[in-house]
Design a protein around this ligand. Structure first.
Ligand SMILES: NC(=O)c1ccc[n+]([C@@H]2O[C@H](COP(=O)([O-])OP(=O)(O)OC[C@H]3O[C@@H](n4cnc5c(N)ncnc54)[C@H](OP(=O)(O)O)[C@@H]3O)[C@@H](O)[C@H]2O)c1
Length: 243
């Protein structure tokens, strides 16, 4: 699929990885819609950077875990733009939840945002894509394949995202292709100390953090590089999965 002239929606596109993905899709000629939940200021900045690059762009406030809000935003897109070619399910939460203190709330927060949110957006997007076909890219995590400790609900939610990718790929073939991109360490959470940053890459074969560009490039590849890939997960993890 060509990005030139396509309409792409990136959830959680105001900052960090989502912003890099949005800017890269726009640089290749897509009209880019971003969603934000709390990051109004960052969304405004990204929107003006997208527009300054010559792209048509819009921002929508959206809690992806809320089915009614998802329906409202996709109805707005249908009314205002009339089509959607690409969905990037990027929005997620990532909180440390040590097993001894784990609660139902931790489970619900991660599963509702990371898995149900991706499902709800894919469901609405697929209805907008049905006539012309499209691509759905789910941002997973290498930990969805090999969980680490202290993040059980997060790891389970990302394993769910990989399973969701396979199931959607079957349900939506042949007109819509669904691919997951599974990052390794790319951007540390904002509250990570320098020691935590160092520890996080000790076991990564490539011995460094990746960059948001690495993920944006993989997303671009899943869209433009081939139309003969669906249900797959692309690991962009510095080799962490094989460590
Ligand atoms: N950073 C990494 O190294 C890394 C590694 C592996 C996987 N990943 C995955 O890559 C993606 C992006 O990572 P990141 O570190 O850039 O993510 P992030 O900063 O933790 O979060 C991305 C966005 O998700 C949005 N969000 C959270 N809850 C939401 C909700 N209920 N409804 C709508 N939006 C919501 C936030 O929007 P607001 O700020 O507007 O509230 C935030 O901007 C995520 O799926 C993450 O799991 C990242």
């Amino acid at each position: 699929m060509r990005l030139e002239g396509a309409v792409a929606l990136v959830t959680g596109g105001a900052h960090r990885l989502g912003r890099a993905i949005a800017l890269n899709l726009a640089a290749r000629g897509a009209r880019v819609l971003i969603t934000y939940r709390t990051a109004h200021r960052e969304a405004r900045l990204t929107l003006s950077d997208l527009q300054a690059s010559g792209a048509r762009a819009e921002a929508f406030r959206l809690d992806v875990a809320n089915a009614r809000e998802v329906q409202r935003v996709f109805a707005q897109i249908a009314r205002k733009i009339g089509r959607l070619d690409i969905l990037v399910n990027n929005a997620a939460v990532f909180q440390r939840t040590p097993f001894a203190r784990l609660t139902e709330r931790d489970w619900d927060l991660h599963l509702d945002t990371n898995l149900k949110g991706a499902f709800l957006c894919a469901l609405s997007a697929s209805r907008l894509m049905q006539a012309r076909g499209g691509k759905i890219i789910n941002i997973a995590d290498w930990a969805g394949e090999r969980p680490y400790r202290d993040y059980l609900p997060y790891c389970v939610s990302k394993a769910g995202v990989i399973a969701l990718t396979k199931s959607l790929a079957k349900e939506l073939a042949p007109s819509i292709q669904v691919v997951a991109v599974a990052p390794g360490p790319i951007l540390p959470p904002q509250d990570f100390t320098p020691a935590q940053r160092r520890r996080a890459i000790q076991r990564v074969p490539l011995k460094r953090w990746g960059s948001p560009e690495d993920i944006a490039n993989a997303v671009v590849f899943a869209i433009e590089g081939t139309d003969f890939m669906t249900g797959s997960t692309i690991f962009v993890d510095g080799g962490q999965l094989i460590a």
